[in-house]
Ligand binder design. Structure first.
Ligand code: 13P
Length: 263
């Protein structure tokens, strides 16, 4: 199996202030240590709201912690009031961008096609998209989990197949586990990750084994290790716990332990 370095990403969602962002990032820096974060054994990414990106860039300078945004326009620069271009994110030190989070799909009308266009635009500009997929509770209960994942992935496959190996990260976030405290069991998560990797491969992504698959949905310090110890779970996309420096750092350390355990 291709070696995939674990990645732990924090999605702050619409939370924080200048003060809390500064304190959170300073706390994370301290726990991550000097040199590469956590000894360089896990990639670490934070995704604050747009207005705090520049502050985050300055606070994280030299730390090795990567910076990402939570959304991006599908268009190139122009008359798109209220939108933010991928090139602007690069300009502010971002290397990554979360695309197609379930909150954007459910609350802001992002279709599979819009998500795919955003992934393509991010790649074109040189950003690494973290593309989110996942089923709702109703879909899971109706036995549609794999059909939903297959549909969401089918839209993404052309962009992923055309990109360099590992240039797209996929996050599996079952909607019923987001912010609910109800985490997918390691077996359920592993099963979904296995399905996702198989679909990428079947869809024509030659480098499917190099795609990092993150799990998201109520990941906390006390459940991170078991989740990350699953062979197809390459790290996590963390919501609530990413707002607490100590919790986020502990989750990063769990990813290091899981990788050591499987080495
Ligand atoms: P929680 O970790 O708060 O459940 O959020 C997960 C998420 O949506 C990350 O993108």
């Amino acid at each position: 199996m291709a070696h995939r370095k674990p990645l732990v990403a924090g999605n702050w969602k619409m939370n924080g202030s200048r003060d809390t962002a500064t304190a959170l990032l300073a706390g994370l820096r301290e726990r991550a240590g000097a040199g590469a974060p956590f000894g360089g054994r896990v990639d670490c990414l934070v995704c604050p709201p747009y207005p705090y990106l520049d502050l985050a860039r300055a606070t994280l300078e030299g730390s090795g912690v990567a910076l990402g945004a939570q959304n991006v326009a599908s268009q190139r620069p122009g008359a798109f009031t209220g939108e933010v271009d991928a090139g602007m994110l690069l300009d502010f030190g971002c290397s990554h961008v979360i695309v197609g989070h379930s909150e954007r799909r459910a609350l802001f009308g992002e279709t599979d096609e819009i998500v795919a266009a955003k992934v393509a635009r991010a790649l074109e500009a040189g950003l690494t998209p973290v593309a989110c997929v996942g089923e709702t509770l109703a879909e899971r209960e109706a036995g549609q989990t794999e059909a939903v994942l297959a549909r969401q992935l089918a839209a993404l496959v052309p962009a992923i197949a055309a990109a360099a190996a590992g240039a797209v990260i996929v996050a599996y976030e079952p909607v019923w586990a987001i912010g609910t405290g109800e985490t997918a069991s390691p077996e359920i998560a592993q099963q979904a990750h296995s399905f996702i990797r198989t679909r990428l491969s079947a869809g024509g992504v030659a480098s499917a084994a190099a795609v990092r698959l993150l799990y998201g949905g109520s990941v906390k310090p006390d459940n991170a290790l078991t989740l990350f110890s699953q062979p197809y779970i390459d790290g996590g996309l963390i919501g609530g716990a990413s707002l607490v420096a100590g919790d986020f750092a502990s989750i990063c350390e769990a990813a290091v332990s899981a990788a050591q355990g499987s080495a």
